[in-house]
Design a binder for this molecule. Sequence first.
Ligand SMILES: [Zn+2]
Length: 326
Amino acid sequence: MRVLYLAGSGRSGSTLVTNVLGQYDGVLAAGELRYLWQRGEVDNRPCGCGQPFRDCPLWREVRREVPVERAGAIAARLRGRLRMREVPELLRRVRAGRRPVDPHPDDAVLTDLYAAVARHAGARVVVDSSKLPPYGALLGALPGIDLRVLHVVRDPRATAFSWRRRRGLDGAADQRLMSRPPVWKAALLWSVWNAVTARIWAGDGGRYLRVRYEDLTADPAGTMARIAAFAGIEPGAGPFTDPATVRLAPTHSVAGNPSRHRTGLVPIRVDDQWRQGLSRWSYAVVTALTVPGLRRFGYPVRRGAQSTDVGSRSAPVGASTGDEEG
Ligand SMILES: [Zn+2]
């Protein structure tokens, strides 16, 4: 089965991309599947369709085929295997052409999960927006999974600003997970996860596509067509009602941020409130900590300068789709 894995760091537009992809025939926008065991099964948070996870018609079917009674333990072991301190070893293994993550008895459960998801959803492509590169590497090593990696990158000054504005994952009641990392931490995470994503997969042309949020918002229909072609998705009618507007039906995405519940006509346009809202100090801190990545992905170092690729057009500031995305 084919899994389209959205990799990179948070607040880069991956929820929007996932929801749009979920509107195409034969595609399931499954959301952040690495959180299925804890936030889905144990915490019973809402599915993208609005039902509590355990009551959702799709996940009810899938749950029959995986050991949900062990969900808490599976979630804990998965967190243990995906720790940041394991990343140098993971990269050494990738460089040596070895399996990136050690095999584990839970791998059979994960394989069964993705197979059950694809079967019950009738999907040829399952979109997993878990983002964390080590989890993607773990998935890519599972038998029967044909992994394609979509690396979504956004200007780190925008993502740092977005983290500061972050809302609860599933409404105001959710205080525990409302972390608002300081800008230096957001910048370091941006650098690490984008560099690791590129290091693991960028050399594998047929299985890796990098898209910038800024290019998506500059040309939504064209960029989504590129992504669909890369993932082997039939473009069909697609969800676009004009080149920059999509009609979104509910998805069955598990975990993620509140914007995955958005439905109806949704304009896709750049959210650049950070250009006014981010302080000079924060801009300087984030820029200083991300210079190699800025250069690599074509973002300007100086404030107000143009990025070196498409996607730098100015656009209306205001309520917009992009900035709540995970
Ligand atoms: Zn659902």
